[in-house]
Design a protein around this ligand. Structure first.
Ligand code: COA
Length: 557
């Protein structure tokens, strides 16, 4: 089919749908929802068999849905209507939720239901549920709905349901002296990643993101208790929560670490070290051992790894290499494995070029430590999406396994044509050969795990369900630690020595960083402009041609 994706932004779900539809052989083009006229023009140019809206904030114009079937992905079960379906579900602590594919009509979310799926709810951020459960359910339901459209079958009339407006700030306002820990968490999670719960801390109005439970500390409800790796701990009536990120209006209206936003107001609080014990869970890094396998999880918010994050991860990795285990699994985080440098922290810095320079070198240190590891076999287990430097960091391990369903963006082009580092000039040709480099780096499109495997970018694709993937990784890592372990370790050590003799790692790093220095400090401001736009979530004025093929064909913009 010829399918036009109409989206507010080319977000994770839109990227996944785009990649899945292409993999299934459909001809796909994308139009960002800029105005009704532009949408109508896109339909005229592309003449699609169906319009699919994976992430849309407005109604589809009548002259469009009257001429072509338009399928809306709604993150709620049949009958649920309104723009904040998932917010309400998290806030209410629903046990089960769903996704519906609704055919667009004049009534918003009120058209026939072509397909739907349900899933058990997991305690987690709205954005995390969206990137995992909602995305998996949406893809499955969408394919069923498209088959119905192809066969000319109508959808079912929507069951009686209810319309719900956006959640008002008062419905989510936290009563620090009345709400228990679970209620506080649900309120914050229901608004995370957007728009954040409005709260007042130290006399300032802030929006809260990235909250998790503190296992031990308690205090007078509402008081601030401690700091840990940029997060602030605040007491509730029956415990305490950590708040990792905040946003405030003003000069830097984007998410930053809580301590960076609150500054002097929290400077006197005691600083607790990151505790990677899985039982304590204090901070974003967690280490556990299963037999001869050490599993290192690093759940940095939005997959963004700041200079401090990288230093903490390097220390945890070095610690893991000193353990009497045989295999180290780099497991990343729940939603993202890694998205490379922390562009928000860079944007907030007094000197973004200097902070970029520090950040890229700190990531390189991790990549180098992994590449140089000769005590263990290493595995990158990509269970969440990864982009840019995050993908290339994963390649530093001996084995790279990905959950089927993750979306990889293995290129730096979308960030103002960054050259990139993380030793990609050493790691990538070894995997894909010199000829394969352009296939990976030369485009700007997201890629599914299966495509990455077919290009040899990764070694294996594991199950799509996250819990199944974690079990797959645990079992396969265990067998790596048994079968031929000594032979494999010896072969790897010898190969590394040969590579080093041929061209030292330092030479790759120096050459990459020379190019990065030009990106950060040089004449061309593209990287700084792209970063400014990404962290501020600037709206699009047109659809880039690498997405809008229908416009590329006629030479439009
Ligand atoms: N630093 C800081 N924040 C980042 C980030 C990074 N490297 N990568 C993604 N994010 C944030 C986004 O700003 C967004 O923030 P929000 O929660 O305030 O909305 C959030 O992560 C989710 O990103 P979004 O783009 O909405 O979701 P997605 O799943 O569609 O992500 C990406 C697509 C990752 C491809 C896109 O965000 C991206 O290109 N990121 C930059 C990658 C990069 O260039 N890294 C630096 C070079 S090493």
């Amino acid at each position: 089919m010829r399918i036009l994706l109409l989206c507010h932004a080319f977000n994770s779900l839109s990227q996944r749908v785009h990649a899945e539809l292409r993999a299934a052989g459909h001809e796909v083009s994308v139009e960002l929802d800029i105005s009704d006229e532009v949408t109508a023009e896109a339909v005229k140019l592309f003449q699609p068999d169906a319009v699919v809206a994976p992430f849309l904030k407005r109604k589809i114009p009548e002259d469009v849905f009257a001429t072509v079937p338009c399928l809306i992905v709604h993150p709620g079960p049949p009958g649920d209507r309104g723009p904040a379906a998932l917010d309400w579900a998290v806030l209410a602590g629903e046990h089960e939720w769903g996704v519906s594919i609704i055919q667009a009509t004049a009534e918003l979310d009120g058209g026939p239901v072509l397909a739907s799926r349900t899933f058990p709810m997991r305690p987690g951020r709205k954005s995390s549920l969206y990137r995992l459960e909602v995305t998996e359910a949406a893809v499955a339901a969408l394919f069923e709905a498209l088959q119905k459209i192809e066969r000319g079958e109508p959808g079912d009339p929507p069951p009686p349901g209810r319309w719900r407006d956006p959640v008002s700030p008062t419905a989510r306002r936290i009563g620090w002296t009345s709400d228990n820990t679970l209620t506080v968490l649900n309120k914050i999670r229901s608004a995370d990643g957007f728009p954040g719960v409005i709260d007042e801390i130290a006399g300032r109005e802030v929006r809260l993101f990235n909250a998790w439970i503190e296992p031990e500390l308690t205090g007078d409800p509402g008081t601030l208790l401690a700091l840990c790796h940029g997060a602030v701990c605040r007491a509730t009536v029956d415990g305490a929560v950590w708040i990792g990120h905040m946003k405030e209006a003003g000069e830097r209206p984007f998410k930053r670490r809580a301590t960076a936003v609150l500054g002097k107001a929290v400077a006197e609080l005691p600083e607790l070290p990151i505790d990677s014990d899985p039982e304590k869970g204090r901070g974003p890094i967690c280490y556990r051992e299963i037999g001869a396998v050490g599993v290192l999880e690093f759940d940095f918010y939005n997959g963004a790894m700041s200079t401090e994050d990288c230093r903490a991860l390097l220390a945890a990795y070095q610690q893991a290499t000193r353990r009497p285990t045989r295999v180290i699994v780099l497991a990343g985080g729940s939603d993202f494995w890694s998205n490379g440098m922390d562009l928000n922290a860079i944007e907030a810095a007094d000197s973004p070029p200097d902070e970029s320079w520090d950040n890229i070198r700190a990531i390189d240190e991790i990549a180098e430590a992994v590449i140089r590891t000769t005590s263990h076999l290493t595995v990158s287990a990509i269970g969440g999406n990864a982009a840019a430097g995050g993908v290339f960091l994963a390649l530093a391990a001996d084995e790279v396994w990905a959950r089927s369903g993750v979306v990889l963006n293995p290129h730096y082009k979308n960030m103002g044509n960054l050259y990139g580092s993380e030793y990609w000039t050493y790691l990538l040709p070894k995997r894909v050969g010199e000829d394969g480099i352009a296939a990976v780096m030369g485009h700007r499109l997201p890629m599914l795990a299966a495509e990455a495997e077919s290009l040899n970018l990764i070694d294996r694709v594991g199950p799509g369900n996250r819990a199944d993937f974690d079990r797959f990784v645990a079992a396969e890592a265990q067998s790596l630690s048994e079968a031929d372990f000594d032979v494999r370790l010896k072969t790897k050590t010898e190969r590394r020595a040969r590579d080093e003799a041929e061209r030292p790692l330092q030479a790759y790093r120096d050459a990459e960083l020379e190019r990065m220095r030009m990106n950060f400090y040089g004449f061309d401001p593209s990287y700084h402009v792209a970063r400014f736009r990404l962290v501020r979530r600037s709206p699009h004025a047109w659809t880039p041609l690498y997405l809008a093929h229908h416009r590329a064909r006629v030479g439009g913009k």
